[in-house]
Write a protein that binds this ligand. Sequence first.
Ligand code: SF4
Length: 237
Amino acid sequence: MPARKPAVAAVADRNILPVVTPKPECGIDDPIAALQVIRDDLGPDCTRCKLHKQGRKQIVFGVGNPRAELMFVGEGPGADEDAQGEPFVGRAGQLLNNMIKAMGIRREDVYIANIVKCRPPGNRTPERDECETCSPFLMRQIAAIKPKVIVALGAVAAKNLLAINAPMSELRGRFYDFLPAGAGSDPSWPGAQLAVTYHPAYLLRDPRQKGEAWKDLQMVMKYLGLESPGKSVASAQ
Ligand code: SF4
């Protein structure tokens, strides 16, 4: 069993902040209904952060199994995702699909979302205020889905979820206890284990790191009791 480390104090601090306004999905046990409430609350044309006026075509909310045991969280939509309204559908998405397949499961079995739901112009890294404005909706999605494991794809996702500013070499290779900020106590869900691995777009640029990503996914598979069909990420394109 890999070492589990609690998420850093910053996350704990966020989690003990009093929830002043109950979220509209509170008390809704059905994750499909809860996700719809969150989507409706976000609105059809969210203007909460400046990404709404920087060329986005549409909001990319998230996709997948509302009862997923495993969630992947990336940074933000790219051009293909912006065009199609679905996260991870371009070349990086194809590699993510192959990574999921190598774990012995299907894309439809997991839930996929991003820290920000609108495409940053020129695929730049989302800025701090954009992440802070948008990520509460992701936190609510996580609380509705109640996954066993969350895999943060890349440093931006990891740093925003964990509130840690550390290099990937330090973030990878362990589990963190994760409870989304603002989540109330839920006897049916103690929170998720969060693991960090490389973003598929980075793996496309540096395929030598696929072996390291596969180690991260194997750690997750072991925790979830998943059997690999025998194909590693190293052979995924
Ligand atoms: S990134 Fe999030 S907060 Fe910003 S406009 Fe899009 S949906 Fe709204």
